[in-house]
Design a binder for this molecule. Structure first.
Ligand code: FAD
Ligand code: DLZ
Ligand code: SF4
Length: 522
């Protein structure tokens, strides 16, 4: 027989490199549902259901076009539960001339692929992942031996290369960045648009039942599942966003509101990361909307920056710096992840709201991830590996190539400043300015010390004091360190006392009364 083409669950695109020269007469496409991938971390139930359903739909579409697909379901007899085992079995079944795959998104799978190359009885060809706008090699050439790898420099290069929102060599509008227009508070009377959610069809319902039966103890709920699982629906979601969300996306990009998890965000990352949408088509749709005059420049630029800039940049950084990248712990943070990250049971309302939405939707938007959940992890000195595992578990869009740089670098500063020039540390005032969470909190964001004080307030100063040797010479932290230098010894002692008392209450274990149920949830 011809070629065996393995398509992984996050490579669901007809134009993926490994399908480019598909010969339907002789070749077979292999897709496998394997337990190892669902449990190497115990993913949110919605993530597993989303991927299994998207994989099944993709396989059905290929078959409808006359492609031979060997699809191994999770419960099929003989399923070994791993990529390696299933590929080995498939090679025995099909006796192909060779195996073709596209490079994976994660280092651990890349290592598996090296093993296949050495140990399978047939040649294995690994092709470059053509779903990204910047290849691994191209990013490495850009990174070269630069001392700092700033996203902004990378992004400008990508704007020049693609010509998106460019006027010759200059950015349209004369500015690369409209961030200062994009930090507005959400007016109380502004109602964000209804977001299109997609009712589960029969295939998705089967996957939801399968996930509940097989992974029922994993984090999160399946109740509100509404992700698109086909390319057609993903395109409909993108269209809806360009029409209803993008015209206001930039302005309220950083805003948070109780009971409004999606606001003006795109809700496309699970589909982008699984291959149902491509970065190119998403950015081109935004450019077209700007050129047609339906979307203002600050919104189009703000959105394109996220994808052409941040998304490509973190992926390049991941591959350029792995595996060493994951091992650093520049701030020597060692505290265990508190149990409330899993249960949502905390009196800090901002955290409770963001964790609750994460449980319900396998989604939280960028500022919730960065400035609420991440900010707390940074200030409390939580151990990077535990925080990283949490983020990899709980979001439908989480893959290590994108999760790790965002958490290890952007949130925790565990890379010592490779990614960001300073930690994103903030007191409660930031959360109060950008959300309505504080109004419903048992703590008072305006109070700085004592039982009633917002914990972010004293944890912020405690973080700066704790890390002063490492951070006080950082020019971008000059202002807070000047304030700290003026702080009276009495006030410093008060900060240390409040922080110490609060941090001592953080328990990594579930409360005793719900022990049996909770112990199975991690
Ligand atoms: P929008 O806010 O509408 O943005 C549009 C698109 O831009 C996103 O779909 C995404 O593809 C891209 N994007 C925006 N910011 C980033 C970024 N920092 N890195 C990479 N892409 C970006 N994104 C993931 O896809 N997977 C993750 O596992 C992930 N983990 C994160 C962890 C932390 C701590 C932080 C701070 C951010 C993380 N992000 C991750 C980035 C971002 O939060 C999500 O991409 C975004 O919330 C997805 O929702 P959306 O599609 O509505 O995005
Ligand atoms: C995340 C995931 C899950 C839960 N299950 C599967 C699966 O059963 N089969 C599969 O091919 N891929 C799955 N994935 C996605 C893989 O984990 C992903 O391809 C690797 O992490 C490489 O990025
Ligand atoms: Fe969060 Fe502090 Fe506001 Fe409570 S008062 S919601 S803990 S920022």
């Amino acid at each position: 027989m011809g070629v065996l083409r393995l398509i992984l669950g996050d490579q669901l695109n007809r134009r993926i490199a490994s399908l480019s020269d598909l010969d339907p007469e002789h070749d077979t496409v292999l897709m496998v549902e394997v337990r190892d991938e669902a449990t190497y971390v115990r993913h949110h139930k919605q993530k597993i259901a989303f991927l299994f359903s998207a994989m099944r739909h993709f396989a059905a579409e290929l078959e409808a076009d006359g492609v031979r697909v060997d699809y191994v379901r999770l419960k099929d007899r003989g399923n070994t539960g791993s990529f390696c085992g299933e590929l080995e079995r498939a090679v025995k079944r099909h006796k192909p001339q060779r195996v073709v795959v596209t490079e994976p998104g994660e280092w651990r799978v890349w290592e598996m692929m090296q093993d296949w190359r050495e140990n399978l009885s047939v040649p294995v060809e690994i092709r470059e992942d053509n779903r990204f706008l910047c290849s691994r090699g191209e990013f490495e050439r850009w990174a070269g031996d630069r001392a700092s790898l700033r996203m902004e420099t990378f992004y400008r290069g990508m704007r020049r290369r693609t010509g998106w929102l460019m006027d010759g060599k200059e950015p349209v509008g004369g500015q690369w960045n409209f961030d200062s227009d994009n930090r507005k508070r959400l007016p109380r009377d502004l109602e964000p648009p209804e977001r299109k959610r997609f009712a589960p069809d029969a295939i998705t319902q089967d996957c939801l039942a399968l996930v509940e039966a097989e992974f029922g103890e994993h984090f999160g709920s399946l109740e509100d599942f509404g992700w698109p699982v086909t390319r057609q629906d993903a395109l409909a979601a993108l269209k809806g966003f360009i029409r209803h969300g993008l015209p206001t996306f930039g302005d309220y990009q950083d805003a948070m509101r109780t009971g409004a998890p999606f606001l003006y965000h795109a809700l496309i990352s699970p589909m982008l990361n699984a291959g149902l949408l491509t970065a190119q088509e998403v950015c081109e749709a935004a450019v077209r909307a700007y050129e047609a005059g339906t979307v203002p420049l600050n919104c189009a630029e703000g959105f394109i920056r996220q994808i052409l800039g941040w998304r490509e940049y973190v992926r390049g950084l991941y591959w350029a710096r792995m595996p060493a990248y994951a091992q650093t712990n520049a701030l020597e943070a060692t505290r265990d992840l508190p149990w409330f990250y899993w249960s949502g049971e905390t009196e800090m309302n901002c955290l409770a709201q963001c964790i609750g939405e994460t449980q319900a939707h396998a989604y939280a938007h960028h500022i919730q991830r960065l400035m609420v959940l991440g900010n707390f992890a940074l200030l409390a000195g939580l151990a990077p590996a535990q925080v990283e595992e949490w983020y990899l578990v709980v979001y439908a869009d989480a893959y290590e190539w994108v999760e790790l740089p965002n958490v290890h670098g952007m949130v925790l500063f565990a890379d010592g400043g490779v990614m960001g020039s300073k930690p994103y540390a903030a007191s409660g005032a930031y959360i109060d300015r950008m959300s309505d969470y504080c109004a419903g909190c048992r703590y008072d964001v305006k109070v700085k010390a004592g039982e009633k004080a917002c914990p972010f307030n004293y944890l912020y100063w405690d973080f700066l004091i704790r890390n002063s040797e490492r951070l006080e010479n950082n020019p971008r932290l000059a202002m807070p360190y000047r304030t700290l230098a003026r702080m009276s010894p009495k006030r410093r002692a008060e900060v240390k006392e409040d922080a110490g008392r609060f941090l001592a209450t953080l328990d990594p274990n579930p409360p005793a009364q719900s022990g049996a149920q909770a112990a199975s949830a991690t």
